[in-house]
Design a protein around this ligand. Structure first.
Ligand code: HEM
Length: 450
């Protein structure tokens, strides 16, 4: 058995008392963010609790997080919560493990090198321009739905060169149905195994079969193209393993579905929460508008503009600090290990929450304050790596982080130069923490032309 370091303590780290059967499972609902924060603040850098029969530790010290995600990474796998989504994700980069994951990451990573990512900037700009043509002063819309539609269009165009909005709508509706069922199942301590033909399982299987058909249709169309396009699928179709083999249709289905799922909602959420924060901080919005006027003069930003928009990037960093689209990462120990002087038994889960770390006053004084200026003078370089980690870290760091940052900056500046959003007075602005930090309800706004 692997035993990198010897634990100092014989028992468990301190932690909240849960119910006898469910442990802290009842906290894994809408109050989850407060539960994480309270647990870390009350019990310190390493706290212990149960979800049903499963033991988990909440690690909130950057050094402990680095140990899990970097130093001991090979002794951990993704946590059991993710498995609830395997029916849709398949065995793509987010969920695969071990040698298979390593070989797939090696194959896919080159399609995300900066030069490749930069080539998607014109698509992002064009699709954003197109969407903006449909908006006018006084229109009412839901920002999270609009940003989700926009990033979904960009994802489908960059992934598959897909432009047909009918196809996109059907695909996204089916996906939503499947995700609602999978999220519901994840929340239940007791659930029927997937092979049992319960009405819910049947609905899920039908939705997944429908998604598979759609994805395999996109892949067949990609293979049938005479000239490979600039889309990611074309690049993945061309990618060769060391032994000269290419990905099968099933592997391509899982990887492209994973990239779509991992990539578009997260970026849409970053934009949504940024606008919610801006609506409460007109002084920040004014500074942004001044930067755009100086650098862009009304143009939709292009790749070359990126280095000249430091305040835009600071606003996005600060927004993802306070409202990180991925607010928790989990890992399951595959061996008996040590963490923070305690024994981590094989099968234990370590949770690490960006929501908690990003609010640590040691690194972010006055942590609840939305203050993009704190990122000046290279704050990111002055704090420990895992004080701020919206894209995770270590070998499994987000493969699409450069893509996401460029996309978010382009959309933010393009939209913000033309419109202001006035959030309707009756909007509910709470969080519904699912796999990502969703809003509790659609966020209605009225557009004001600038
Ligand atoms: C603001 C937007 C985004 C955020 C906040 C985000 C966040 C994250 C985080 C925290 C992880 C690590 C999860 C873990 O360690 O368990 C991750 C992994 C991943 N992300 Fe992102 N992501 C974003 C955008 C994207 C985009 C645009 C793509 C693709 C185009 C993408 C594709 C992936 C993939 C494939 C992985 C799994 C990597 C692996 O395990 O090898 N993400 N993301």
């Amino acid at each position: 058995m692997l035993q990198p370091r010897k634990p100092l303590h014989s028992g468990l780290p301190p932690g909240p008392k849960g119910t006898l059967i469910g442990g802290a499972a009842h906290k894994f609902g809408d109050g989850l963010l407060d539960f994480f924060l309270e647990t870390a603040r009350t019990f310190g850098p390493l706290a212990s609790a149960r979800i049903g029969p499963k033991r988990f530790f909440l690690a909130s010290d950057p050094a402990l997080i680095e140990q899990v995600l970097v130093r001991d990474a090979k002794h951990y796998k993704k946590h059991f919560g993710l498995r609830a989504f395997i029916p849709a994700l398949g065995n793509g980069l987010v969920s695969s493990e071990g040698a298979y994951w390593r070989s797939q990451r090696k194959l896919i990573q080159p399609t995300f090198i900066p030069a490749r990512v930069r080539s998607y900037a014109p698509v992002m700009t064009a699709i954003t321009e197109d969407a903006l043509k449909k908006w006018s002063d006084g229109d009412g819309l839901n920002i999270n739905n609009e940003f989700s539609r926009l990033t979904s269009q960009i994802a489908l165009k960059t992934l598959f060169d897909l432009v047909d909005d009918g196809d996109r709508q059907h695909f996204t509706d089916t996906l939503k149905l499947a995700f609602d069922i999978m999220t519901e199942r994840l929340r239940r301590v007791l659930k029927a195994p997937l092979w049992l033909p319960t009405p819910e399982n049947i609905r899920l299987k039908r939705a997944i079969a429908d998604l598979d058909r759609t994805m395999l249709g996109f892949i067949a169309a990609g293979r049938a193209r005479k000239e490979p396009g600039d889309d990611l699928l074309s690049r993945l179709l061309a990618a060769k393993r060391e032994d000269g083999s290419h990905m099968s249709d099933r592997e391509l289905r899982d990887e492209t579905m994973t990239l779509y799922l991992a990539g578009h909602e997260t970026t849409a959420l970053a934009l949504t929460w940024t606008w919610v924060l801006l609506s409460r901080h007109p002084e920040v919005e004014d500074k942004l508008v001044a930067e755009w006027a100086r650098v862009l003069r009304g143009r939709t930003p292009e790749l070359e503009d990126m280095p000249n928009l430091p305040y835009t990037h600071a606003v996005l960093s600060e927004s993802m600090r306070l409202y990180p689209p991925v607010y928790v990462i989990g890992r399951e120990a595959t061996a008996d290990l040590e963490l923070g002087g305690y024994r981590v038994k094989r099968g234990y889960t370590i949770l690490m929450s960006q929501w908690v770390n990003h609010r640590d006053p040691t690194y972010f004084p006055d942590p609840e304050r939305f203050h993009p200026e704190r990122w000046e003078d290279n704050l990111a370089k002055r704090i420990p790596k895992f004080a701020y980690y919206p894209f995770g870290g270590g070998p499994r760091i987000c493969v699409g982080n450069a893509f996401a940052l460029m996309e978010a900056a382009i959309i933010l500046a393009a939209v913000g130069q033309r419109f202001r959003f006035r959030i309707d007075d009756n909007a509910e602005l709470g969080f519904k923490p699912q796999i990502t930090l969703m809003p509790v309800a659609p966020i209605p706004v009225t557009l004001k032309a600038r």
